[in-house]
Design a protein around this ligand. Structure first.
Ligand code: F6P
Length: 369
């Protein structure tokens, strides 16, 4: 059966913010407006539709072309975002104080119909795009756009936000070289990335770190210490260690800060642990710097702006062509469309035989294995 023509679309941004979100929103709105479609933005993920009373100015905001003027270079998202509002696992507090996960997707579908939304452009990472896939299964026309600084979405060569995060981390590592050398210290830099080591690997190599610890390669602190001792013996009195927040010691566990119902676990703290162990093992003064949310802030790089604009426009072309349940993916030199299910069914982690790892090993980088 042929679906009715699109007249009105909604756009949402879900999960952790990433540089480039506003560029995607602008491209989506401008391309849709050119086709005569009306655009609305959902506030804070899906909260604008599920909890409209929390938004005095409206949970669904009109997005005429004028609303997206001058936002391509801005970090954050003009729509707001959340990683607490998963409609498939909405946390509901029971009378006895316990919190249970509840599926509110039928309510959400009703809200789309009530607001006469014909299609959705969902901009998000694995969690948000899994929700988008569930909505597509329920009959909503949905196209996803791959966002995350972690670069852990499958089926796309890169996600937007990643390049900005890596560029910033690299410039931080550059700065740490001079202070590490001046004080003859070991500097440990903890970076985000969740269960994938892409940010640590790419910034570590670009910033010429001596040791890079990623979740894909469990580390042995004795191996890390040997590398640092060898540098000291060879006359290099300082070392730089980049640690992914999801790095794991051999036979050990990830460093988790907290785990709440309806939310992904929070990682962190591994940098301090590694720094303490290095100081104990090598006797060298060691300091830890956690880059954390600094990696998500600021203006997107040129690369991220460009792919964000390309992804946003491509999402509208997909909807116009009648596609649904797909994600825009970068497949240089072009973009293509892949099923949302394929993009979210597994995490894209660093392959141990990829040439970036081989390059690092050829350059003498220690992975702690
Ligand atoms: O997925 C993006 C990300 O920044 C991860 O790298 C990190 O683990 C997580 O989000 C942090 O989330 P929050 O902002 O909720 O602490």
């Amino acid at each position: 059966m042929k679906r009715p023509a699109i007249e009105r679309i909604a756009i949402n941004t879900g999960g952790g913010d990433a540089p480039g979100l506003n560029a995607v929103i602008r491209a989506t709105v401008v391309a849709a407006t050119q086709r005569g479609w009306e655009c609305y933005g959902i506030r804070d993920g899906y909260n604008g539709l599920l909890e409209p009373k929390r938004f005095p100015d409206g949970g669904l905001i009109p997005l005429p072309k004028s609303a997206v003027r001058g936002i391509t270079h801005l970090g954050g998202t003009i729509l707001g975002t959340t990683n607490k509002g998963n409609p498939l696992k909405w946390p509901v507090k029971k009378g006895d104080g316990t919190v249970v996960e509840t599926d509110r997707s039928d309510e959400l579908m009703k809200a789309f119909r009530k607001n006469r939304i014909d299609a959705l452009v969902a901009i998000g990472g694995d969690g948000s795009l899994s929700i988008a896939n569930a909505l597509a299964q329920k009959g909503l026309r949905v196209v996803g756009v791959p966002k995350t600084i972690d670069n852990d979405l499958d089926e796309t060569v890169i996600t937007f936000g990643f390049d900005t995060a890596v560029s910033f981390a690299t410039s931080c590592i550059d700065r740490l070289h001079s202070t590490a050398e001046a004080h003859q210290r070991v500097m440990v830099v903890e970076v985000m990335g969740r269960y994938a080591g892409w940010i640590a690997l790419n910034s570590g190599i670009s910033g010429t770190a001596d040791v890079i610890l990623i979740p894909e390669i469990p580390y042995d602190i004795a191996s890390v210490s040997r590398k640092i001792d060898a540098r000291t013996k060879s006359g290099a009195k300082f070392s730089i260690v980049v640690v992914a927040e999801g790095a794991v010691p051999k036979g050990g566990a990830r460093s988790v800060i907290s785990k709440e119902v309806g939310r992904a676990e929070r990682l962190g703290g591994i940098g301090e642990i590694v720094a303490k162990e290095i100081q104990e093992a090598t006797g060298k003064e060691t300091r830890c710097v956690v880059l954390g949310h600094l990696l998500r802030g600021g203006s997107p790089t040129t690369f991220d702006r460009l792919i964000s604009l390309r992804f946003g426009a491509a999402a509208i072309r997909a909807l116009e062509a009648g596609q649904s349940g797909v994600m825009v993916a970068l497949d240089p030199p072009t973009v293509r469309y892949v099923p949302l299910a394929a993009a979210t069914h597994r995490m894209k982690v660093v392959p141990l035989d990829c040439d970036t790892i081989l390059t690092a090993r050829d350059l003498g980088t220690c992975f702690g294995d």
